[in-house]
Structures are given as structure tokens and as C-alpha cells.
Ligand binder design. Sequence first.
Ligand SMILES: *Cc1c(COP(=O)(O)O)cnc(C)c1O
Length: 375
Amino acid sequence: MSDLLLANNLIRQGLEGLIPYEPGRPISLVEKELGIEEAIKLASNESPYRPFPKAIEAMREAILNVNRYPDGGSTFLREKLAGKLGIPISKIIVGSGSNELLRLLANVLLNPGDEAVMAMPSFIVYPTVVKLMGAKPVEVPLKDHRHNLKAMTDAITARTKIIFICNPNNPTGTMVSRDELERFLAGIPENVVVVLDEAYFELVRDASYPNGLNFINDKIPVVVLRTFSKVYGLAGCRVGYGIAPEFIVQAVNKVREPFNVNTIAQTAALYSLDCDDEVEERSLLNHEGLQYFYAEFKRLALDHIPSHANFVLVGVGTDGRKISNDLMKKGVIVRSGDIFGYPRYIRVSVGTPDENSRFINELESILKDRGKRTL
Ligand SMILES: *Cc1c(COP(=O)(O)O)cnc(C)c1O
């Protein structure tokens, strides 16, 4: 039998519509392929800084114990989160990144034919986990680059099980304010789960930004997702957490892998929660990085979408993929906006001050060269 026939027979139906996630390319790979050194990655909204020293020290110790299985219940980490957030431990789930939690939520909530409402463009993982369950993503276009909450409410049907709110939204960096969220939640039926994805929570500095935890005891089931992958600098460890109604936590515990979060990740996360000053410092550095970008974009007469996160979409006035390829050749890895529906933009993550200015310098010279060639 041909591979195609085998695939048709063996691979589960419904996967045809799925495409593998295209991540930002790792630095070492780009360096090897292009034969260059010192590439910088501003493509995946990671922290440009190492994990906090306390976390690194704890991880070094933890390495010695990896002959044992991890604590399957992530008990210490959940206890610590419970104390810090003022939430009962029974409402806390920990996952191998919040990506795993997104998939687990889909696993326990969605029947074939159910619907999940989400913005478009938003986090690419939402439609993937929904389709995986044979359910239907209902994608509601952004309005002025922001969630169109009215249209999302109107998109609810009898089949709707989940609404995803990515706040701030990846890839646009725009946010839903406290007032907007309150009004929106008041209009949602109580049999729909609202997932508030707050991956960039610690980086938002706007006073009108809502804390999803304040809606946990709402009349409707709200799930808040956060992660250690961004401001905590632990993207490579894979650890995130969710706060959810107990019936959802219990369902997730039935289907998650018994040891879903590895020992190193649990340890690093636990110790990172003692680093509030460092979190604030990095949040501030990120804010300054954004302000630097905005000033430079203005100088270069480039349009941008103001962001509340650690990345920004910048209009490059031409095919974003070409510009991102040109940047790649200079060792600066960013994402082309086309995959997000912004073909004339690139998405750049905030790096260290040195990385930010290198990006700007390379972008400026690429745009100048292109300008000359078209004259
Ligand atoms: C980065 C990001 C996450 C975090 O994913 P992890 O699996 O925790 O690394 C979740 N949601 C959004 C919108 C993100 O941008």
C-alpha cells in the first residue's frame, strides 16, 4: 500500500485539516544553516534573560533527583500558587506549559460537533486543540486589531462550549479592559466556559487591565491560564498553570499524563514565585523596550499596533515575509505577519536593549536597501 493510502486508512479522521505548528526557528539552527554566529531570536515572545538566579540554583539541585519520577500532583507548586494567589489548591492545575492545559481543556470539554468561539487572529493553538476533538472553531475577526466582544457574544449558539479570550492578544498585543470584560461576562450563558489566557499577565502595565482571578467565582465557569514561559524565563522548562472550577480540575486530572510536569520545571517554577522584585524589574525593562521600539518605528515612519505584551506587530510597508527573511540572513529571527493575517507586518519580540537596537539597525538598513532598489 502507498503511504498515502496507509495514511488515509490509519490516521484518525479529522486530522487532515490540521497543520503542524510552525515555531520560531531556534538560534542554533539558524546559525548552522546560514553559517553565521551570534544570531538573536526575537520571534517567540520568550524572555531574553536567563531564569532568576534562585530558580537556576534550585534546578541544579533538582537535577540530582531525576532518577525519581516527578511529584505527579505538582503539590508544592500548587500549594505555593494557592497561598500566593489566595485561591484554594483544589482549583489549581499545573501543566507542561499552558499549551498542555489548552489541549486538556479541549479534551475534557469538547464533543464532536461542539463549537468554540475565538478571535481571529489569536493564539494559533486554540483552533488546533478544538479541531483535534472534532469540534468546530468559530473564528471572529478582530475589530481595529482588538477582540470584538459583541460579535463574539453574538457567535454563541446552543453548541458553544468554550470561548477563548487571549488577553493581551497574541499576535496583536491588544487587550480587553476590566469594564469590557465585566460587561462581556455578564452576557455569557452559564453553560459556556470562558478561558482567559493571561500568558503575558505580569508584563501588562495598564491600570485598566483586568485580573482574571477576580472572575473565578462568577456565575459562569471561568478558567484563567498563566505561564512561566514569558516573564519568568522558563520557556524551555514547559510549565504553566490554570485556575478553574473544581469540576474542570477533576476532569483534567482524569486525562492528563500522571507525571505531566517534570521535576526541573516544577522546581524552577516554585522558586521563581519568590522573585517578585525581579519580575517587576523585567516587566519594566520590557516596557522600556516597547517604548524604544515605538520611538524608532516613528523615526522610520513605520506603522505599529501598540502592544501590552512583549512583542509588537510593525508594518514594514511591503511583504513581511521578505523582510523577515532578509533579517534572518543578518541573524535576526522575527516572525512574518502573514501567518497571522498581517502580510505587510512582522512580529518582533522585545529583547535586551542591545538586541533591540541591533534589530532596529538591521531593519533600517534592509528597508533603505530595498528603497534604493525600487527607485
Ligand atoms: C506564549 C503563550 C502561551 C504560553 O505557552 P506555554 O505553553 O506556557 O509556553 C499561552 N498562550 C499564549 C497566547 C501565548 O502567547
